[in-house]
Design a binder for this molecule. Structure first.
Ligand SMILES: *Cc1c(COP(=O)(O)O)cnc(C)c1O
Length: 449
């Protein structure tokens, strides 16, 4: 048999218009309505661009998630991740559904209190808690999740001045078989650092050790990573009970479940790779159920799911400002929103849909935002219907992180509307104005005009 000659492997870019190994690219179906309200009418009434959130979708998604866990484990508590979307109206929907608050800064902590959440129902995470933040959290009996030894020493010192004992957990990082490993937050499990932190807490006698926490990453599509993380936290909890006679009241598995957005450069679409709540729940509760806890003293399972609970409920609607031809002949489209409002465009290939019926013709299109800045590109290439100036578009699945990470850069942030269960739109954040923007600016006298 003749030996075949060697051909070096090549990496070829998939062309979005052609069938690839994973099938035909999806057509961008029009999204003309959100919860029965016409997108065109919403844009006329509230201006363009516009964020739209669906209360119905938020509640339905939350109930799916809680059902998935509660049907498999008797003690489940969700805590809403404020940084994912901390508009008060959104937080209050989650609180009405029974979620506690999970915050990572003093400002988020205050927002949770203002939203009517009791101190005991606030989980305080993150590496940046000021002494004043810690004192407030101690006095309110919140769950303080210690991130590093410096914070641990500060807490022990503060505990001498406060009337109540801090209720604490430690954040644990660990190898769960995924890359990258998040070892910058918390104490490492494998090298004994986490055990050392627990020893210091117990021996100080100054804090009430109440739980263990981990947050293994974000957009994690591997359920086995959660299984491993839960196994390790349970083993750790039982070891602590054995060694220090200290019962761990809760295991907090953090957030990180993937949403249905497609990661940039991902070969498969999220529809094929993102597990459902049931699959995540099976992995986590299976591990806890097998761990060997006394059935009468099961720890509470806390979840801090962010992205997967809110992404689907958010839409960004806007308008085509212009179309043009690039030098290489490609079609380009400029929208009235860009990476300033769609921060997640840096790592998702967001789908962009026309907001009105279109013909079947499509063309490869580069999609830019309105900023006078080269970074402002939403898609470097996608098949889009033949949109023209003043046509309107909708980007679905933008509820997570965009309304907290949005940039006030060159343009002002637009209105945010919540469509309530009765189908009526409510303004939940007013568009920013020049006055809003300059209210904190000061000009020295010699620059007065
Ligand atoms: C950001 C964050 C979450 C939410 O993460 P998602 O990936 O959005 O689910 C939960 N817990 C902590 C500690 C976080 O920092």
């Amino acid at each position: 048999m003749e030996k075949k000659s060697f051909e070096p492997p090549v990496i070829k870019r998939l062309h979005s218009g052609m069938p690839g190994k994973t099938g035909l690219p999806g057509r961008m179906e029009p999204i003309t309505h959100i919860d029965h309200l016409s997108v065109n009418t919403l844009l006329r009434d509230f201006g363009s661009p516009l964020f739209v959130l669906s209360e119905k979708t938020i509640r339905e998604t939350f109930r799916k998630a809680i059902d998935a866990f509660q049907s498999r484990y008797p003690k489940v508590q969700f805590a809403w991740s404020y940084k994912t979307n901390y508009l008060d109206a959104i937080c209050r929907i989650f609180h009405q559904e029974g979620a506690w608050a999970e915050v990572v800064s003093g400002f988020e902590y205050q927002k949770a209190i203002r939203n009517g959440i009791g101190g005991r129902q606030i989980i305080f995470n993150g590496p940046d808690k000021s002494e004043q933040d810690l004192i407030t959290a101690i006095n309110n009996h919140s769950c303080i999740h210690i991130d590093h030894f410096d914070e641990l020493y500060t807490l022990i010192r503060l505990a001498n001045q406060t009337s109540s004992k801090p209720r604490v957990a430690i954040r644990v990082n660990m190898d769960t078989g995924i890359f990258p490993k998040w070892d910058r937050f918390g104490f490492n499990y494998e090298n004994g650092e986490a055990l050392e932190a627990i020893r210091k807490i117990v021996e100080s006698g100054k804090c009430d050790l109440v739980g263990l926490h981990t947050h293994i990453g974000t957009y994690i599509t591997s359920t086995s990573a959660y299984r491993i993380a839960a196994e390790k936290l349970c083993d750790f909890a039982l070891a602590i009970e054995g060694e220090f006679h200290q019962r761990i009241l809760y295991i907090d598995m953090g957030g990180g479940f993937a949403s249905m957005n497609n990661l940039k450069g991902a070969y498969h679409s999220a529809a094929d790779t993102t597990p459902g709540f049931g699959q995540y729940a099976e992995a986590i509760t299976g591990a806890i159920n097998r761990a060997g806890f006394d059935p009468d003293k099961l720890p509470v399972l806390i979840l801090e799911t962010g992205r997967a609970l809110i992404d689907d409920a958010g839409f960004l609607a806007g308008t085509v400002l212009a179309t043009k031809r690039l030098m290489d002949g490609r079609k380009a489209m400029i929208l009235d929103f860009g990476v300033n409002l769609l921060f997640t465009a840096f790592w998702y290939d967001h789908s962009i849909h026309p907001a009105q019926e279109m013909t079947d013709s499509t063309e490869d299109t580069v999609v830019y935002g309105p900023l006078c800045m080269n970074i402002d590109m939403l898609r470097d290439q996608m098949q889009l219907p033949l949109l023209k100036k003043d046509d309107q578009v909708v980007v679905p699945r933008v509820g997570a992180y965009n309304m907290t990470q949005w940039l006030q850069f060159i343009t002002l942030r637009p209105n945010v509307v919540l469509i309530a269960l009765d189908g009526k739109p409510h303004l939940i954040r007013k568009a920013e104005t020049l006055e809003y923007l300059i209210q904190n600016e000061l000009t020295p006298d010699h620059l007065s005009v």
